[in-house]
Design a protein around this ligand. Structure first.
Ligand code: ZN
Length: 673
């Protein structure tokens, strides 16, 4: 079986033979640098990319991308030099092939019986965020949404994760299209990987959704090969996709142009809400079209799949208009210094309400954060943000010149405390044009997404230390959720009146709460399904749902740099080991003929906590390593290098476990001279 360190070892060997980093003249002990808290920097091959946050404003420059590519693929310096000389177009095509390199699978879907309609939840049906579903009738597959998920604690440095569509690749000729419900990244962010892997099927979505997808594909050189079809959710008409009729209907959410989906095969009628709420006064948006949802409900719907995020919350979710009123009062009242409002860059209606309030009260809006500037530009081009030319400016030191501090309102990304976001940099004092001063007020127009609480608190503490005043949703109504609470869920259930109900988009406790709400109405236990990702659910011609015992094997697919990998892979195991223990690199220089060690061994360690004893431990390791090497070569003179490396690793591991009760990641490097 292939050892999971083999690849890393080969890579290190390649780099080492060419850069000759080991001193051959004497035993050189390099002190562990943990005390100073420096990052691991034994060799460039170890340099890992940082996590990129949801609102991170930095875009890796071409040089940074090249450096990340180098890390992944430089087997040796020569290859890298050749690669560096390649043109940008070659780089682009390599990048694209990395982006779509899903693992191979031998799984085949069970045959779909005649007259049956199939549903497969691929991602996010049993959790919040992450979204993708598949529907099939006859030979026609349609897919809904293709989202990405920003890193969770167990993803160890990965940039984000995406749905596993490996099983779909053999069926790509049957895919008739992607239907997208709205422009949040957890619904569109994986398209740059999924579309090319699935043969670029057409993508259907509303105006703003298509606008955001366009930007995303353009950044990845995929726009020319994509087919993007804009639909109007206010038109009561079907989009025909072979055996499927698809209708879009207006819902509300925390981004404009969100739509629910009605899907009709010759034998089944499905309503899929995905993220929704009902907002009867949605500020600048139109309210959800309840009359049309009611008409759709009169068609005898086989299955309703509906958003469970807020199913434990009573009553209604707050209206966006209420938030606008609070923000207007805040902006009118004014503050001594500048007002800095942090929110999500996709909350276009919120941004529009802030802009309108600033126009009413004679203030200028400055946008900070790359995604904020980009999203507002797209939303403005498409008519979703309206303002006079002079009200909105991009934040730069020069742009604010001559404008009194209390007339400046800055809208920024970073409301989740994400590293590298604009608010994070403001708090750290590293933002190029915003320095917080006493008298400034920071408004967090958001609530922390579960898991982000600690980062938000840290940013808040830093801002207060700088002398800023803080306004959060706890002291004023300045944020509303985009998801339906119980009364809105009841309205949806009542309007659709489905034969079967599947609560989706929520942890188990949320979906069970949604189920209980449905049972308070007239739904029976046997008609409510709690589905898991990978389930194969076939709607029979009589409308009943058959759940197959066969499960689609789905893996956690992570993206690191530009490349795809599986979270269960050796990379994550290696990262876990590095995180939980320490790293030891030991270099042997040997005579190519006699195999005898030439000169001293060289050792480097990172993450070793024994500060005072480090020299002693290094000496001990070198002695042991030398003995293991010499004994092994003496016993088996023809031993292959990879086996020798394995023995050194195994022996040193058990030795260190016995001596200091720790198992570091051990990387032996053998160089022949
Ligand atoms: Zn959403």
């Amino acid at each position: 079986m292939k050892d999971f360190f083999d690849d890393l070892d080969n890579e290190l060997k390649g780099v080492n033979t060419s850069n000759n980093s080991f001193n051959q003249d004497d035993i050189q002990i390099i002190e562990d640098d943990t005390v100073e808290g420096e990052a691991i920097d034994v060799n460039e091959s170890f340099t890992e990319s940082c996590m990129e946050s949801a609102e991170a404003e930095t875009v890796a420059s071409t040089e940074e991308k090249k450096s990340s590519f180098k890390k992944e693929f430089s087997r040796n310096t020569k290859d890298f030099k050749e690669w560096s000389n390649n043109s940008d177009s070659e780089f682009t095509s390599l990048k694209q092939s990395l982006m779509t390199n899903f693992p191979e699978t031998k799984f085949y879907l069970p045959t779909l019986r005649e007259g049956y309609t199939r549903m497969i939840p691929i991602w996010g049906h049993n959790e919040v965020g992450k979204n993708m579903s598949m529907y099939q009738y006859w030979d026609d597959i349609v897919l809904i949404d293709g989202g990405m998920q920003f890193p969770e604690a167990d993803m160890l440095g990965a940039k984000y994760s995406i749905p596993d569509i490996s099983f779909l690749i053999p069926y790509k000729d049957k895919i008739k299209g992607f239907i997208i419900t709205h422009g949040h990244l957890d619904h569109i962010g994986a398209l740059k990987h999924l579309l090319p892997a699935l043969g670029m099927p057409p993508v259907y979505g509303t105006k703003l959704t298509i606008g955001f997808i366009k930007k995303n594909l353009e950044e990845n050189n995929l726009l020319n090969s994509a087919t993007l079809i804009e639909v109007d959710q206010d038109k009561e008409e079907f989009v025909r996709m072979w055996n499927w009729n698809v209708e879009f209907f207006r819902e509300n959410h925390s981004i404009p142009d969100a739509t629910g989906i009605y899907l009709e095969s010759p034998t089944a009628k499905i309503v899929h809400t995905w993220d929704f709420k009902f907002d009867f006064t949605p500020a600048v948006d139109k309210p959800a079209d309840l009359a049309r949802i009611g008409r759709i409900g009169s068609r005898w719907i086989s299955v309703l799949m509906s958003d469970s995020t807020n199913s434990t919350k009573k009553w209604f979710t707050k209206s966006e208009k209420e938030i606008g009123i609070s923000l207007d009062h805040l902006i009118e009242k004014g503050v001594e210094g500048r007002m800095i409002i942090a929110t999500f860059s996709s909350l276009v209606w919120r941004i529009q309400q802030i802009v309108e309030a600033c126009e009413r009260h004679n203030k200028t809006v400055f946008l900070s954060g790359r995604s904020m500037v980009e999203n507002v530009r797209i939303a403005r081009d498409l008519g979703f943000v309206k303002s006079s030319q002079s009200t909105i400016k991009k934040m730069t030191g020069k742009a604010t010149e001559g404008i009194p501090l209390n007339k400046q309102v800055i809208i920024t990304t970073g409301s989740q405390g994400e590293e590298f976001s604009a608010l994070y940099r403001i708090a750290e004092g590293t933002h190029p044009s915003i320095e917080v001063m006493p008298g400034d007020t920071i408004v967090l127009s958001s609530t922390p997404i579960p898991g982000n609480e600690r980062s938000v608190v840290e940013v808040m503490n830093k801002l207060i230390k700088l002398g800023a005043k803080l306004v959060t949703n706890d002291n004023l109504d300045i944020h509303a959720s985009g998801h339906a609470a119980q009364e809105e869920q009841k309205i949806m259930l009542n309007l659709i009146r489905p034969k079967n109900f599947i609560p989706i988009h929520g942890e188990l406790f949320m979906r069970v709460a949604h189920k209980n709400t449905a049972m308070e109405l007239w739904h029976k236990d046997e008609n409510i399904f709690l589905s898991d990702n990978g389930n194969i659910l076939d709607i029979q011609p009589d409308g009943k749902i058959f759940r197959s015992k066969i499960q689609v094997p789905l893996q956690e697919i992570i993206v690191d740099g530009n490349g795809i990998g599986t979270a269960g892979s050796h990379v994550i195991k290696a990262r876990e080991k590095m995180m939980n223990s320490w790293v030891l690199v030991i270099g042997f220089k040997i005579d190519s003929k006699t195999k005898a060690i030439v000169g001293p061994l060289k050792i480097e360690t990172r993450g070793l906590v024994y500060i005072d004893e480090v020299r002693q431990i290094h000496k001990m390791i070198i002695k042991k390593a030398k003995t293991v090497y010499e004994n092994t070569v003496m016993d088996v003179p023809e031993i292959e290098e990879k086996d020798l490396v394995k023995i050194i690793k195994a022996d040193l591991e058990s030795y260190l476990l016995q001596k200091i009760d720790r198992e570091p990641m051990i990387i032996p490097i053998i160089t022949e001279v």
